[in-house]
Each structure stands twice: as C-alpha cells, then as structure tokens.
Design a protein around this ligand. Structure first.
Ligand SMILES: C[S@@+](CC[C@H](N)C(=O)[O-])C[C@H]1O[C@@H](n2cnc3c(N)ncnc32)[C@H](O)[C@@H]1O
Length: 282
C-alpha cells in the first residue's frame, strides 16, 4: 500500500458503521446501474475500487454468479471488513474484500474483465496513475466503469446549484467550502473534458460519459438529514458551527418537505456521471 497522507478514506473509516445503513436509498441503485453499464456478466473477474459497504461488490457478484470472482478493495479497513462480512452473510462466495489503495492496486496485470468504482475513484489523488493501473489490470478487451457525483451537470431550470439535489446543501457547500478537491463544489475527475482526455491517454478506447438522475429515496426528510452525516458530507457538517447545525438541518428538511415528496415519500433526483471505456483488444 502506498504511504499517503490522510485523505478521504480517513473520513470513511470514521463513518463506516453508519455508511449506507440508514433507511435511505442512493448508493445501492447507483452501484447496480454501474454494474449494468459495465456489462458485468456470468463468470467474469471484477475489481471494485473503493468498495465501501458493497454497493457495487454485491450486484457485481450477483451478475458474475458463482463462477465469477469479485474483489472489493478499500483503504478503510472497517469498510473492507463490513463488505467481507456482508458477502459472507449473503452467501456470495465469489466475492471478497481487501484493504488496498485504489490508486495503484497491487494485483496481477491482465487478470480482470472489468474494473469498476462507484462514488470512490474521483477521490483518488493521482487519477492518471489510477487510470493507467486499471488499464494494466484489465485483460485486452476488458471494461472500465466509473460513477461519481455530476457536479457539473446541466444547470437546473431555475439556474440554482444543487448538491444531493438540494439548494440548501449547495448553499452550505458554498459557505463552508470543504477544502477537498472533489466535494462538493469542484467537478468530479476534474471535469468531463479532462476525464475523457486522461482516459484516452491512459489507453482506453470507446470512452463514453453519460449523466443520469439517480434518486435519494426515504420515508421522511429527517431520515435524509441523518443520512447526510454518514458519508462525505460529514466533512461539510464538521465545518458548520455547532450552534448553526440544528437550523441548517431544519432548512434541509423543510426544502425536502416542500419540493420532494412523492406519494408521501421522499424522492430527490440527483445527477450522476457514469464513465465507461475499454482496454483495446490488441
Ligand atoms: C462514498 S464511498 C463509496 C463506496 C461504495 N463504492 C458505494 O458506492 O457506496 C467512497 C469509498 O472510497 C474509499 N476510498 C477513498 N479513497 C480511496 C483509495 N485511494 N483507495 C481505495 N479506497 C478509497 C473510501 O474509504 C470509501 O469507502
């Protein structure tokens, strides 16, 4: 593992217990969509970079079936541990999880049919190094699939920025800039032009970038408020003066209540960027 300064994964080690465990749906459907876009199929060998608590590892293992092999890697030991426990509980013997740096995974070149990563790879410091590593790990003809927040999505009809589909969170993000290079104001992967160019330079062909809405779904606005403390947004909350947090939480809940209730449940559209490419067969 590379010796790197404390980064995003330290935050994820802190939130690992609650990450993706509240009754709020978001990361799971994005992971499932990514597995479909990367065309993961029976018998394939898949690497899931930044596996978190298995949002991609699990659907990938279901798609490969028992004859496949899925390896989830994460820099956070607790995340990797939870994913390992989950796949065991689900009887997905073809999947396992290890602690490993996704920037340059120490794995055998040419041994994967697909390398995928959802809401994770955009956090890596040296992205071109990571893309080159993924190309090396893929067999000729193998596929790359990445998903990340579409921070540069087409402007909303009202022209107001949103983060996680909400203006209140965008306003918070503007005021309490996190200092992170990736979240929440800067464009994932340095923007789509850069992503496309760097993937091509790293040897990927047929690079395709698409933005699709995913949906945050929950029973109540307060579930979503609690959920915002359990992932990357926790870093933003840490910057808000404690005396202001309750008011901001109320505002987030109020915006959801006013704008995003469908048949009594919370449904918030959030644009997600998906990138796919192929290691050329020759
Ligand atoms: C937002 S979570 C996404 C997890 C999962 N893929 C999902 O969609 O729910 C980001 C994950 O990436 C991991 N991560 C961040 N930097 C990493 C790196 N350089 N190598 C491996 N994992 C990393 C974090 O520890 C965290 O578990």
């Amino acid at each position: 593992m590379t010796d790197r300064p404390a980064g995003e994964h330290v935050l994820f080690e802190e939130v690992a217990t609650a990450y993706d465990q509240l009754p709020v749906e978001f990361f799971g459907p994005v992971g499932e969509r990514l597995v479909r876009l990367a065309s993961v199929g029976p018998g394939e060998r898949v690497l899931d970079v930044g596996c978190g608590r298995g949002a991609v590892t699990v659907p990938a293992a279901r798609a490969t079936g028992p004859t496949g092999r899925v390896l989830g890697i994460d820099l956070s030991p607790r995340m990797a541990g939870e994913t390992g426990r989950l796949v065991g509980e689900l009887g997905l013997g073809q999947a396992r999880a290890r602690v490993m740096d996704g920037q340059d995974p120490d794995l055998v070149p040419g041994t994967f049919d697909a390398v995928v990563g959802s809401m994770s790879v955009h956090m890596i410091d040296d992205l071109p190094a990571a893309y080159r590593a993924y190309r090396r790990l893929l067999r000729p003809g193998g596929r790359l699939g990445l998903a990340a927040p579409a921070t540069d999505a087409a402007p909303e009809p009202d022209g107001l920025p949103r983060v996680f589909g909400l203006r209140t969170i965008a306003a918070m993000a503007e005021r309490y800039a996190t200092g992170s290079g990736v979240y929440p104001n800067s464009e994932s992967f340095g923007g789509r032009d850069r992503l496309r160019a760097e993937l091509s330079r790293s040897g990927f062909a047929g690079v395709r970038l698409t933005v699709e809405d995913a949906y945050i779904r929950a029973a109540s606005p307060y579930d979503v408020v609690r959920w915002t403390w359990t992932h990357g947004m926790r870093r933003l909350w840490a910057r808000v003066e404690p005396s202001r947090r309750a008011d901001l939480e109320e505002r987030i809940a109020a915006e959801i209540g006013e704008r995003h209730i469908v048949e009594g449940r919370v449904v918030i559209p959030v644009p997600v960027l998906y990138a796919t490419g192929t290691r050329p067969p020759h």
